[in-house]
Design a protein around this ligand. Sequence first.
Ligand SMILES: [Zn+2]
Length: 255
Amino acid sequence: MRLSALILLSLAPLAAHAEEDVPAPPATASATRLFNHLPYGELEAAALLPVPSLPGCMMAREAVFDVERLLSAARTEGIALGAISCFRSIQHQRRVFCAGAGNCDAVAALRARFVAPPGYSEHATGYAIDFVQKGGDCRAVEQCFALTPGGQWLMRRAPEFGFELSFPAGNKQGVGWEPWHWRWVGASAARARFAPAQASFPALPAVPRADTKTAAGPFVQPPSGETAPGGGNYAVSVSRWGAAILLASSATLRP
Ligand SMILES: [Zn+2]
């Protein structure tokens, strides 16, 4: 039996979360961190577009072109990448953050090692994406992703498409190593969004400032009738030993 399965068996049963237990997002944007995470507001819905190659994935419209370019470049090298989560609203982040916790507040600090509290997630900006390797044995949002062909390809090539790794191993920010989580800084507006993070906690690999365009590339229009709601319904569970273990909560969302 896999270690993760053993850990899963030791977890408290999944239970409906109490939204009132979640730390409240900041009333105003500030540099104040919560459990090491920086505050991020939510991108307005009108600024989002579905990513045509990633069902259920919504991102800021100016990032979609580069996502498609990245996926296409990977495919030409035989790399099959998918995504388990893209834009997440603050409300959705609240569900992700508290999933599986009877008392969300009681485990918030430990949980925040790998998942941002609502109001503090890069996913709310529409510029962040959690990639997955299609096929293989590595489950979504687990650190084994770094060893997959897709994970290794991203470390080599993602910056060419405006993506940088927000939370590299051993990052000074104090957030867990997330080899699957990449943010897009391919245009100046997006880069400005993450300026506080970049100033204090550099991404690795990072996108050089000189490679950030002042304007985004052409938009990739989604297929007509596309109404992807945005995905990312994974859960986080915390083991009795205090290690945060990320578990995909729904096989239907696994690529
Ligand atoms: Zn993420």
